[in-house]
Design a protein. Structure first.
Length: 109
């Protein structure tokens, strides 16, 4: 498991590299020196990744709490990347008023 001291000590390299924390949470260190939190998970037989944000804006404790929230969504059968914007994809499409250009609408015509 990572510590704040270890995260601060990560130096940029020529390519992005990852350092794992636990339960799919990891931090990616970019060549620019930025450090981004990610969660790797499986949903519907697909490997997916979702970002929590940059370190130190998102602290180690906050990233772990966020990971636990995302894991709860997975336990409920929900895809964290779809739920992260707080409304399902279909609702976003309807909100844009673009319901006439869906496959279902065209098929019903």
């Amino acid at each position: 498991m990572l510590t704040n001291i270890a995260i601060k000590a990560f130096k940029p390299k020529d390519k992005t590299y990852k350092r794992s924390d636990a339960a799919g949470l990891y931090i990616a260190v970019n060549p620019t020196g930025s450090k981004i939190w990610y969660l790797a998970y499986r949903f519907g037989d697909k490997q997916k990744t979702i970002s929590a944000g940059p370190y130190p804006k998102v602290s180690l404790l906050a990233a772990r709490a966020w990971r636990d929230e995302m894991k709860k969504l997975l336990e409920l059968g929900l895809d964290p990347s779809e739920e992260r914007c707080h409304e399902p994809r279909e609702a976003r499409i309807r909100a844009r008023g673009d319901v006439t250009n869906t496959f279902e609408h065209v098929a019903r015509e």
